[in-house]
Design a protein around this ligand. Structure first.
Ligand code: NAD
Ligand code: DAU
Length: 337
């Protein structure tokens, strides 16, 4: 099988490519990535001599390019490429709409143009909006209620994917997943930011009162879920994937501090994120009952593994934290940490 993976130099996409070629070494993967600040070919260094892997630097919004790539006998498109960071979407939203909406459209058109190529869209639990503490976890039937520019752009892409299924019969599936963590996670996101700050002897910036809740899933569990959907999912359907990892940000921070032998004095409470969704939680019963998928890695195990990875890969994150990242950090944290 020949796959076109978009955004394969980012966090989840690179873990996906590494996972896929380990499990299906006879498949061929073309990785199309623009190499924005978040794309890093170091994540794929183990594939340098792999004959079944090819990297193309390019933009998913470039229809001629994606059309040409897909026309070369691609059987399956797995679409990860996106602007993915909520805080950046609050600073400036344009790139989010361009890549996440127009980019998805360009891929859908090219998939349709080439006889209806199978298309899997990697989406997020954030499209469902904000859950109260007493609210039931999101399911595939939850209404869409995106509340920040990032989630609004992902919701728009989900709608386009479904529209192409209903109007053009494009063979699509969608997965909406909760918060991922693991190796190669860009240190603008909470877990890798906190781990690397602590490794640098810096404090960790916790937004608001730290009571917001996220449902954390180890990245390999997510990618195994995508594999199950690709192999066994029903065309036209959506699957929610979650990690059984609901926890408040303050509790998670304390777990990280304990695992890294640091005290609570390393926490710096800072101004809250505007429009900060209180809680995300995923009910993944459909994926469990219909596909036989469930997460396998507990938060305790995954966090310990992830901390070890950042300890053993200092060069990777020190490179990532240099250059443009410094500008972003100053702007976002305004000298607070
Ligand atoms: P990331 O920011 O680490 O990686 C995104 C990748 O897309 C980068 O390699 C970047 O260079 C590439 N890219 C950006 N714009 C592009 C363009 N116009 N053309 C080609 N490539 C482009 O993101 P991630 O955290 O790995 O997320 C991957 C996908 O998973 C996204 O669609 C995101 O919405 C979704 N998702 C993420 C999470 C999470 O917790 N990180 C959870 C659920 C869903
Ligand atoms: O839920 C899935 C989503 O998870 C994905 O769709 C997004 O692409 C991904 O970035 C992630 O979004 P979040 O906003 O939930 O992740 P982030 O790591 O930015 O923040 C996690 C929580 O931690 C959130 O409640 C905000 C808080 N936070 C984050 C940062 C960066 C802090 O308290 N301090 C911080 O410095």
């Amino acid at each position: 099988m020949k796959l076109l993976v978009t955004g394969g130099a980012g966090f989840i996409g690179s873990n996906f490519i590494n996972y896929w070629l380990k499990n299906y070494p006879d498949d061929f993967i073309v990785n199309l990535d623009k190499l924005t600040y978040a794309g890093n070919l170091e994540n794929l260094k183990d594939l340098k001599n792999n004959q079944n892997y090819k990297f193309i630097k390019g933009d998913i919004c470039d229809f001629d390019l994606v059309n040409e790539l897909i026309s070369d006998k691609v059987d399956l498109i797995v679409h990860f490429a996106a602007e993915s960071h909520v805080d950046r979407s609050l600073m400036s939203s344009r790139d989010f709409v361009r890549t996440n909406v127009e980019g998805a459209l360009s891929l859908l058109d090219a998939a349709k143009n080439n006889g209806g190529v199978r298309f899997h869209h990697i989406s997020t639990d954030e499209v469902f909006g904000d859950l109260s503490l007493a609210g039931k976890a999101f399911t595939e039937k939850s209404p869409y209620n995106p509340r920040n520019p990032y989630s609004a752009s992902k919701a728009a892409a989900d709608h386009l994917v479904r529209a192409y299924y209903h109007t053009h019969g494009l063979p699509v599936t969608i997965s909406n997943c909760s918060n991922n963590y693991g190796p190669y996670h860009f240190p603008e996101k909470m877990i890798p930011l906190f781990i690397t700050n602590l490794l640098e002897g810096k404090r960790v910036p916790l937004y608001g009162d730290g009571k917001n809740i996220r449902d954390w899933i180890y990245v390999d569990d997510h990618n195994r879920g995508v594999d199950f959907i690709i192999k066994k999912g029903k065309i036209g359907e959506t699957y929610c994937l979650g990690g059984n990892g609901e926890i408040t940000n303050i509790e998670l921070t304390k777990k990280i501090l304990k695992l890294m032998d640091k005290g609570d004095e390393m926490i710096e409470f800072i101004e809250d994120r505007p429009g900060h969704d209180l809680r995300y939680a995923m009910d993944y019963s459909k994926a469990k009952n219909e596909l036989g998928w469930q997460p396998q890695i507990s938060l305790e195990q995954g966090l310990a593994q992830t901390i070890d990875w950042y300890k053993n890969n200092r060069q990777w994150w020190q490179n990532v934290k240099s250059g443009d990242y410094q500008e972003y950090y100053k702007k976002q944290y305004q000298g607070n940490v």
